[in-house]
Design a binder for this molecule. Structure first.
Ligand code: SF4
Length: 391
């Protein structure tokens, strides 16, 4: 059966660059093995001693498995890389048994497949945790567009299903499209667009009848016809500095690139509050500067974030999701500021490196955000209005 399928324009341009890749998909992440593949590997182990040695000890059963997707885990070596990565940085499972033998996690990375039951639409996107995917997402001086086609239903186990008919997910498609229109508007600076998204989130939170959401979106889109002044309280510089310190001190990642960018942030702009404020004035609107040079790059990053992550509906927590959206972007901006100061400019490679290292380090690290968000809550700074001030 064919169903409506939504794909971003970059999708067909992507293919894995394998041993030419500056990173590997298998570094620093716990790789979960689904139950079906785990059993296939067990069957292969019985074929010969060589097969048995290949899999034994490198894949272990997950005693804390919660579902069929995390039935087993692949062992990581001392460097945090997948045990099946060979010296040429190629996957030995693919070399020995072919790409079909990969578990679902590896088969689909960096692609994400989603299905929206209420609108009966399936979607595919790319994760910015892959450097080559990031190059395609940020694009080559063109905005992301979306294509609709009729395709067979994706046949994948790990399919993100978004289908809560009693929540905002009912209008997930429409809400995301309005946010994407805001982000792609030519009327506003990037930071203003992020604030507009915050204003929309606030309105969605206040709307108690979800069936009024389509009209709310139509009304809100009037800001795209005539530019409005966005109410902006002045940001307490202490709050801004403290948040930056919190972001850079919340170290959890084993990703070398991410940690080296964070080190640059702390050494170059995180020394003291005066230095930080000076830098903020000097490199004001670094995001717009970068976006002007690499046309639409950061805008495309944000558009992809919204599209891929079902933003802001995920788990029905709009405040949390908006905070995450802003923190991801603030971190990227901080890293770009430090790189600009260090090198006198931003090369395309640095831009890709910064964006993908943030995706790589934080995409699967909810604990990183939990500690930051907890601190915001303790300090009574946990609201859309506060998050709007960060950017
Ligand atoms: S990170 Fe991306 S380009 Fe690199 S090996 Fe993995 S899928 Fe291929």
């Amino acid at each position: 059966m064919k169903i409506k399928t939504l794909k971003p324009s970059y999708m067909d341009e992507f293919s894995c660059i394998a041993d030419s890749c500056e990173d590997t998909c298998c570094g620093g992440w716990g790789i979960q093995v689904d139950k079906k593949t785990f059993k296939e590997y067990n069957k292969l182990k019985k074929k010969s001693k060589k097969d048995k040695d290949f899999f034994t000890n490198n894949i272990i059963k997950n005693n804390h498995s919660k579902n069929q997707f995390d039935f087993g885990v692949i062992r990581l070596d001392v460097n945090g890389n997948c045990a099946f990565l060979n010296n040429d940085r190629l996957c030995s499972i693919v070399l020995e048994y072919g790409a079909d033998a990969l578990c679902e996690t590896c088969k689909k990375f960096p692609r994400q497949f989603s299905y929206y039951k209420s609108s009966n639409i399936q979607e595919v996107s790319l994760s910015s945790a892959c450097p080559e995917a990031t190059r395609k997402i940020i694009g080559n001086n063109k905005k992301i567009s979306f294509n609709v086609s009729e395709e067979n239903k994706f046949n994948l186990l790990s399919y993100v299903q978004n289908n809560d008919s009693s929540s905002l997910d009912l209008y997930a498609f429409e809400i995301r499209m309005t946010i994407i229109k805001i982000l792609q508007s030519e009327l506003y600076l990037l930071k203003e667009k992020i604030q507009l998204v915050g204003l929309l989130c606030n309105k969605l939170i206040k709307e108690k009848n979800i069936h009024f959401v389509p009209q709310l979106l139509i009304d809100f889109e009037s800001v795209l016809q005539t530019k409005i002044n966005i109410p902006r309280e002045s940001l307490n510089s202490k709050f801004s500095f403290d948040l930056m310190q919190l972001i850079i001190s919340t170290k959890r990642s084993t990703n070398i690139k991410f940690n080296s960018y964070i080190k640059d942030v702390s050494e170059i702009i995180g020394i003291n509050e005066d230095e930080f404020n000076k830098m903020k004035i000097e490199l004001k609107d670094i995001d717009d500067k970068v976006n002007d040079i690499y046309k639409f790059s950061l805008e495309n990053y944000l558009v992809n974030y919204v599209y891929k992550n079902n933003f802001p509906m995920k788990n029905n927590d709009l405040v949390y999701n908006y905070y995450l959206f802003v923190i991801h972007f603030s971190l990227i901006k901080l890293m770009l500021m430090a790189q600009f100061k260090k090198n006198g400019g931003i090369s395309k490679d640095t831009l890709v490196g910064v964006i993908y290292s943030v995706g790589r380090a934080l995409e699967h690290d909810s604990k990183y955000f939990i500690s930051i968000i907890s601190e915001m809550k303790i300090q009574n700074l946990y609201s859309i209005q506060h998050a709007m001030l960060i950017n």
